[in-house]
Each structure stands twice: as C-alpha cells, then as structure tokens.
Design a binder for this molecule. Structure first.
Ligand SMILES: *Cc1c(COP(=O)(O)O)cnc(C)c1O
Length: 166
C-alpha cells in the first residue's frame, strides 16, 4: 500500500520501499554500480550519502566525481564513458542549493547516463522529479513524508523497468 501511494504521489509506475532512506540509496548504488564504474554526484548531499561516496564506493573500486550539479558546464566535464549514474540532491541537505533537474538530466541523458534525485527535502507536494526527466526518485520517508518523527523508511520511485533492474 505504501509503495502504491508513493508511486501515485510521485507520478511513477512503481516504487520500492526500504527500511530507511540510506537503505534505499545503498540499494540504488550497489545495484547500478560495480567495480570500474563511475558515478557523478552532487558535492553537497546528506552526510551519510557523502560518506558512501567518499569512503565506501572508492573502497569497492567505484570512481566518484563530486561536483556542483547546478553548474552545467562542470557537470558536462564530470561525465565519463564509464559513468553509470548521475546522483542529484535538490534541495540539497543541508545547504538547500537547487539543481535544475531538467537541464542536468538533458546533459546526462545525451550520453546515456540515468539520473537519480534524492527528493527528500522537496516531497512530492513541491516537486515531482520524473516530470523534469529524472529516472529514479529517492526519499527518506523518515523526514517530511513521515511527518511526525515516529517512523523510519525509504523509497525509490521510477518506471517498472528501471526498478526491475534493482
Ligand atoms: C535523512 C536523509 C537521508 C537518509 O534517510 P534515513 O531514513 O535517515 O536513512 C537521505 N537523504 C536525505 C536528503 C536526508 O535528509
């Protein structure tokens, strides 16, 4: 029921719920990336996502480039032939910096790179990233979607085909 409601809120075909937001992010990274792959990621993200990028992924042989994703020229330069994912967080926690999802997704899709957006801070009330070209939408349900600070959860929303890949 939760997955169906979240998919309806985000306007996606499907959703997978997880035990926490970090579990959702880790599921995405560990299923889409393998040794020798490269990820481009916002240089400002939730602290535990930054720990994954700075420590865990390099330990697994996954290359990480962190860049200001609101700077499209910098973003274009960061993409490589082995880039498998562009990971955005907008508004970014904690700076609330915004990335133009549509413009960033256009740059990534031109070179065949899928785009994930951590939309925890916006919630589907303010923003539906797939309407702007995102392929995966991540939520920590622990935050605003829970609303009362009394439950942990996470989610990935997207197309059935993309979620079947996870
Ligand atoms: C809190 C948070 C997470 C992690 O969520 P948990 O449910 O605490 O694991 C991920 N992304 C953002 C933007 C967050 O604020």
């Amino acid at each position: 029921q939760l997955e169906r409601k979240l998919a309806a809120l985000e306007g996606t075909e499907a959703c997978i719920a997880f035990a926490s937001g970090m579990a959702a992010i880790w599921a995405l990274f560990s299923r889409l990336l393998t040794s020798g792959d490269h990820i481009v990621m916002s240089d400002v993200t939730y602290a535990a996502a930054s720990e994954l990028a700075n420590d865990t992924l390099p330990d697994l042989g996954i290359e990480v480039t962190r860049t200001d994703t609101s700077d499209l020229d910098g973003l274009r330069k960061a993409l490589r032939p082995n880039t498998r994912l562009l990971y955005l967080e907008t508004p970014a926690n904690p700076l609330l910096r915004l990335t133009d999802i549509g413009a960033a997704a256009k740059v990534a899709h031109e070179v065949g790179v899928p785009v994930a957006v951590d939309s925890t801070f916006a919630t589907p009330i303010a923003l539906r990233p797939v309407e702007h070209g995102a392929d995966y939408v991540i939520h920590s349900l622990t935050k605003y979607i829970c609303g009362h600070g009394d439950a942990l959860g996470g989610a990935i929303c997207g197309s059935q085909a993309d979620l079947d890949r996870l």
